[in-house]
Design a protein around this ligand. Structure first.
Ligand SMILES: [Zn+2]
Length: 695
């Protein structure tokens, strides 16, 4: 497999051209901007969106005009960027697949071995450490608050660029040691498009563009910090996106469903350290995400792993203008239409100006003559198409042969977090290209996909009736579409119609038995109907199949807490924390269960730990207040209750607690004011406790 070795051969030959022997290794900064289309950057020819900072970076480095991602989805694409290997090799294929297996060589682990300090700051839960992409990082900042299983607020599982850059700048301020490898992931261009002011007003007719401009602005702040530290010129800085974004092309919105240029083509800018004499400013040949890691290793003069070599090619030779390097032939795949909807997956092969897409109805495009991929040449240029298909097939065989087996068991909690971000992820494992016979072509199903997508967005925005109407339409056309029934159930659950929710989850269960999220939501519906014992037995049923399942255990602990079986809840959470000491939800729920059990000191400690891990919700602050009040820390309790109410204004229990806490410290007027407000909002609680507040 000669192609696997290209990177390691060129490293030694070319590295002498960049760094004199003994010269210090450069800092390496990798910036991945999620969902960024290449054609939205000024340096790629955009004239409407202002991106001066990325344009300046491109002017000081090499811009790759034809760069492709390996999969138009966040986890597999990032895995390819960070390992230099294809999805089938590293095992990160889809939302539903496993993470990178422990010990798989990554850019971070190789650089760390070579003496680099390593740190990563990710801006979305979609890249939480459960994917194994944290391997090799001394610091992997991925703290997000998934406070409740239902209706997770997407705002709590992503960070704006400004917030992430603050964290990065803060880290740099404490970073005296060089060299370092810093990976910064920014998420703003991802749907939904809602840039902060002044970008929102300025780009009101193109909010996606506004997100791009905002991201560039924040990068300017980051680059400014590097310049003040004297590290901008001397660092290797790479900017890339994990995939683009469809804005209606081929009827696609967002990304992941098709393999057309708007999502497959990505911006790639490599600014070498100033010691490297790279003269080529614009690179016109095809390159791919897997080429990035080998190129960084070349520029940092670090060798790759012998057992699992990177599969991309180092681009340093071409950057130095050296002829003779083999061309990249970008391969891409998406399993999403299949894993979540049951339709066919897609694979693509780009060679020179032509792109072949393997699908039930195959496609061939001439990207130079027809960059918008409007004319499918498959029937007219059959010989060419067949040739590319054959190469694609041979390539897949090679890749599969080098596949490193990954442990099984995708974490459904991870999948649910992704759903909170608007991904229609369902955990069904599939392999690309296997047994496609009889599966529908995604081209024929995109209208249904769009309806489900719109339904999800409506549901997130609280428009349940609209969302459910769309899902009913989908079900009329495709009655057995699991995801439609499941999503309808979630809508009913969020609307408080628990019996209807239960019916949908039962239907979903009949289409895809024992799917964990269905079962967990079924348990929630049951518990809301007061059928807590049945809910407990649904979760126990899941755990009987696989006792290690995380989310059913977390939920079972909650049910025990609400049932008053505090010690059982405590023991479940302690068990989880024994396995996953930094589990945010288990920490928080343990704290709450301990407070309910009257073990205030211990509860307080756990809740403080949960806050340190990034939890920031009303329930936690209310429980914290309760612990503090019972430990005689009245002022702290008052502050906690107020914090809970600032997060959730209509949190009646917290307002009642606040009223009592104020009464206790003698602030009678304030206590009465809070209690009066409670009376206006909740007659039952008012009636029950009013005697305490009557003078
Ligand atoms: Zn992404």
């Amino acid at each position: 497999m000669r192609w696997l070795r290209i990177a390691s051969i060129t490293v030694t030959a070319l590295s002498l051209a960049i760094l004199a022997v003994g010269q210090a290794k450069p800092n390496v900064v990798l910036i991945t901007i999620d969902t960024l289309r290449a054609d939205y950057l000024g340096c790629y020819g955009n004239r409407r969106v202002e991106t001066p900072n990325l344009d300046a970076l491109a002017a000081a480095g090499t811009l790759f005009e034809r760069a492709y991602c390996q999969a138009p989805m966040t986890p597999p694409s990032h895995a390819a960027i960070l390992t230099g290997t294809y999805p089938s090799t590293n095992g990160v294929l889809d939302f539903t697949s496993n993470g990178l297996r422990p010990g798989f060589p990554t850019l971070a682990s190789l650089l760390k071995k070579a003496g680099y300090q390593t740190a990563a700051f990710v801006s979305s839960y979609v890249l939480e450490s459960g994917w194994g992409l944290d391997q090799g990082f001394d610091l992997y900042y991925d703290h997000f608050d998934l406070t409740s299983f239902q209706g997770v607020n997407p705002g709590s599982v992503q960070r704006k660029a400004g917030e992430t850059i603050d964290l990065v700048v803060d880290w740099l301020g404490r970073q005296a040691q060089s060299p370092y490898f810093l990976w910064v992931h920014l998420y703003d261009p991802h749907h939904d498009y809602n840039p902060p002011e002044p970008f929102h007003s300025k780009y009101s007719s193109d909010l996606y563009g506004g997100e791009v401009a905002y991201t560039d602005h924040e990068l300017g702040r980051f680059f400014g910090t590097l310049k003040r530290r004297g590290e901008y010129d001397s660092s290797l800085i790479v900017v890339v996106s994990d995939h683009g974004e469809a804005l209606g092309e081929h009827s696609e919105y967002e990304h992941g469903f098709f393999l057309y240029q708007p999502t497959l083509k990505i911006p790639l800018i490599i600014k070498p350290p100033k010691t490297a004499d790279v003269s080529l400013r614009r690179f016109k040949d095809n390159v791919a995400s897997v080429d990035i890691a080998p190129t960084i290793l070349q520029l940092a003069q670090v060798s790759g792993d012998r057992q699992i070599p990177m599969q991309g090619r180092g681009l340093l030779g071409p950057m130095l203008g050296r002829p003779g390097a083999a061309a990249s032939m970008p391969y891409a795949e998406t399993l999403y239409p299949r894993s979540t909807f049951g339709w066919s997956d897609l694979t693509a092969w780009v060679e020179g100006r032509f792109k072949y897409i393997e699908a039930p109805r195959p496609e061939l495009y001439d990207l130079e003559a027809d960059p918008q991929e409007k004319a499918n040449l498959y029937d007219r240029q059959r010989a060419l198409a067949d040739g590319l298909r054959q190469k694609l097939g041979q390539f897949r065989q090679r890749i599969t042969a080098s596949t490193a087996a990954a442990p099984s068991g995708a974490d459904p909690a991870k999948v649910e977090g992704l759903r909170a971000l608007g991904y229609l992820a369902v955990a069904v494992e599939v392999k690309p290209g296997l047994g496609r016979t009889g599966l529908a072509d995604p081209k024929d199903k995109v209208h249904l996909f769009n309806k489900v997508l719109l339904a999800m967005q409506a549901s997130d925005a609280g428009a349940m009736a609209k969302s459910s109407a769309l899902l009913e339409e989908v079900i009329r056309e495709e009655p057995d579409l699991f995801i439609a029934h499941y999503s309808l159930g979630v809508n009913e659950l969020k609307s408080g119609r628990y019996l209807k929710a239960l019916q949908q989850f039962e239907k979903a269960d009949s289409l895809k038995p024992s799917f964990e999220l269905t079962e967990i939501n079924r348990a929630t519906a049951l518990s809301r109907l007061g059928r807590v014992d049945e809910a407990v037995s649904v979760l126990r049923g899941l755990l009987k199949e696989n006792p290690a399942r995380l989310e059913p255990r977390r939920q079972l602990g909650l049910l025990y807490t609400w049932q008053g079986k505090y010690e059982q809840a405590v023991s479940i959470y302690k068990e989880i924390l024994g396995e996953r000491p930094a589990d945010v939800l288990a920490t928080k729920y343990l704290g709450i269960a301990l407070v309910y059990a009257g073990r205030y000191e211990e509860g307080l400690a756990e809740l403080h730990q949960a806050l340190r891990l990034g939890v920031n919700d009303a329930l936690t602050y209310n429980s914290l207040g309760k612990a503090q009040a019972n430990l005689g820390k009245a002022q702290e309790a008052i502050a906690s209750y107020r914090r809970a109410l600032s997060i959730k204004e209509d949190y009646h229990q917290a307002r009642l607690n606040l009223s009592f806490a104020l009464l206790k410290v003698g602030q009678k007027v304030e206590a009465r004011t809070e209690f009066d407000r409670l009376c206006r909002e909740n007659a039952a609680l008012c009636q029950q406790y009013r005697s305490y507040f009557l003078k």
